[in-house]
Design a protein around this ligand. Structure first.
Ligand SMILES: [Zn+2]
Length: 159
């Protein structure tokens, strides 16, 4: 059972284990010329897309912190997510921009967007309007794997 907290109480953002020097925060630069230190510790948002133009986006429930879905964003999906406050992805199978919940109405409203150290993955803290998975499950991660079982019978429902 999850003990649901009122929205706003939970927070993902943890302070870094290092102190940032003012010079890193204030150095004007271009994304292409960022040093590793600037990318990892600075204020410059320079998302690192892979060879296919995608980065990984993990969406977690803002209240429970449960992971709801993992998908991919291209630059346009990221831009739409920032502009609208509603999570957008890039569908690799359909090769198209996709607002999560556009058909079901179960959109994901952005609370916070966290950026990982090397800026190639995002963790989005969101408020879901309904079940996130197209199967009707709250989370896409509704089954667990028995590591020791044969593949044919290795999956079972989570509690
Ligand atoms: Zn799903």
């Amino acid at each position: 059972m999850t003990n649901r907290l009122p929205y706003g109480l939970a927070t993902f953002c943890k302070s870094a284990p290092f102190s940032r020097s003012p010079s890193i925060l204030s150095q004007p630069t271009q994304p292409s010329t960022l040093t590793t230190q600037q990318r990892e510790q600075g204020a410059y948002f320079a998302p690192k897309f892979d060879a296919s133009g995608l980065l990984t986006a993990v969406v977690a429930d803002a209240a429970t912190k449960d992971v709801l879905v993992v998908a991919f964003m291209n630059a346009e999906a990221l831009e739409r997510t920032r502009a609208t406050g509603i999570v957008h992805f890039w569908s690799r199978s359909r090769q198209s921009l996709w607002m999560k919940g556009e058909t079901s109405g179960n959109v994901l409203k952005v609370d916070e967007i966290l950026v990982d150290c090397d800026q190639d993955a995002l963790m989005i803290r969101a408020v879901p309007a309904g079940p996130t998975c197209h199967t009707g499950a709250t989370s896409c991660f509704y089954r667990k794997l028995d590591r020791a079982a044969d593949d044919a019978e290795a999956l079972s429902d989570c509690e």
